[in-house]
Design a protein around this ligand. Structure first.
Ligand SMILES: Cc1cc2nc3c(=O)[nH]c(=O)nc-3n(C[C@H](O)[C@H](O)[C@H](O)COP(=O)(O)OP(=O)(O)OC[C@H]3O[C@@H](n4cnc5c(N)ncnc54)[C@H](O)[C@@H]3O)c2cc1C
Ligand code: FES
Length: 279
């Protein structure tokens, strides 16, 4: 039976991380075995008493004591209330949900494209690659509106030391690079043509990235996106998160681009025999 009752989640600490975003340190009270089996790209439901629940991505994965981090952007009532919670506040937790990024790489050269807070769901993959725990060569291009809108300042500082990490802003200040991530594709593809692409950000950026990569010869089944939809149950019950016949909360939020197109066109859900292999 599906249990929709949130469990206790403790707010341990938080700090400002970019314009209108905060980095939260959280702990699941009495973590269960399933709480520790999280894959980068999966998400959890966070409840703020009196304000309901919303989905957020794991920025770091829960450790044995249930500690993990999240990055939250202020949007509306729930996130505003979360920003006002004191240290030690008791929140609600359900998770993990959805499918994560493919982590069994046969591709050697992988390009990560992130826009705005879309860097958060990709952080686990970038962290693993930066610590040489994935058998891939990863390049990252991260776009934001301007410097104030960039998130994960501390993490980016670390990743720049060990990965090719390009940062670009729509409203750049020298010496920043100017433009969207796509403006740097010619350079990236000339230096290290990717065999596979992982992308997360505004849907318009993800679709433009997928099309630009297809034109440059990356196959649709080697391009992965992470979708954002309104969610309520997060467990395939309520239908708030439909992508065609697919439930983003269960089948996604990560989708191979060919499968995204299939569902977008109204294709059947039985097509979803999607494994998390990037071969
Ligand atoms: C799988 C998944 C992972 C997510 N991970 C993160 C994360 O790591 N960090 C983070 O800051 N946010 C994340 N989000 C988005 C987050 O859930 C919303 O910002 C949050 O629900 C806003 O709640 P609110 O009550 O503060 O704002 P609301 O009042 O509910 O919304 C404010 C505005 O944002 C829009 N909006 C809210 N939720 C969504 C949504 N899911 N899709 C599209 N538009 C929406 C509303 O239409 C409205 O215009 C994620 C969403 C999904 C589906
Ligand atoms: S959120 Fe209810 S079915 Fe996906």
């Amino acid at each position: 039976m599906i249990d929709l009752t949130p469990r206790k989640l403790l707010l341990l600490d938080h700090y400002a991380d970019g314009d209108e975003a905060r980095h939260f340190s959280l702990r699941i009270d009495k973590p269960l075995a399933g709480d520790l089996a999280v894959i980068p790209g999966q998400f959890f439901m966070l409840a703020v008493p009196g304000f309901g629940e919303a989905p957020f991505t794991y920025l770091s994965l829960p450790d044995q004591q249930g500690h993990f981090n999240a990055l939250v952007r202020r949007m509306g009532a729930l996130t505003q209330a979360l920003f006002e919670q004191p240290m030690g506040a008791v929140l609600g937790y359900r998770g993990p949900f959805g499918k994560g990024w493919p982590l069994f790489f046969c591709a050697r050269q992988v390009l990560v494209v992130a826009g705005g807070c879309g860097l958060v769901p990709l952080a686990g993959v970038i962290e693993e690659a930066s610590r040489h725990r994935l058998p891939v060569h990863l390049s990252v291009v991260y776009g934001a509106r301007n410097r104030a809108a960039q998130v994960l300042g501390r993490e980016r500082g670390r990743w720049r030391q060990s990965l090719r990490f390009i940062e670009t802003c729509d409203e750049a200040e020298p010496p920043q690079r100017q433009g969207s991530p796509l403006d740097h594709f010619d350079e990236l593809f000339a230096a290290e043509p990717p065999e596979a692409v992982l992308c997360c950000g505004p849907e318009a950026l993800m679709l433009a990235t997928a099309e630009a990569c297809l034109q440059r010869g990356v196959a649709a089944d080697k391009i992965w996106l992470s979708l954002e939809r309104r969610m309520h149950c997060a467990d395939g019950l309520c239908g708030h998160c439909y992508l065609g016949t697919s439930y983003v909360c269960k089948d996604g939020p990560t989708y191979r681009y060919d499968r995204y197109l299939h569902f977008q066109a109204g294709g059947y859900r039985t097509f979803i025999a999607q494994d998390q292999r990037l071969c």
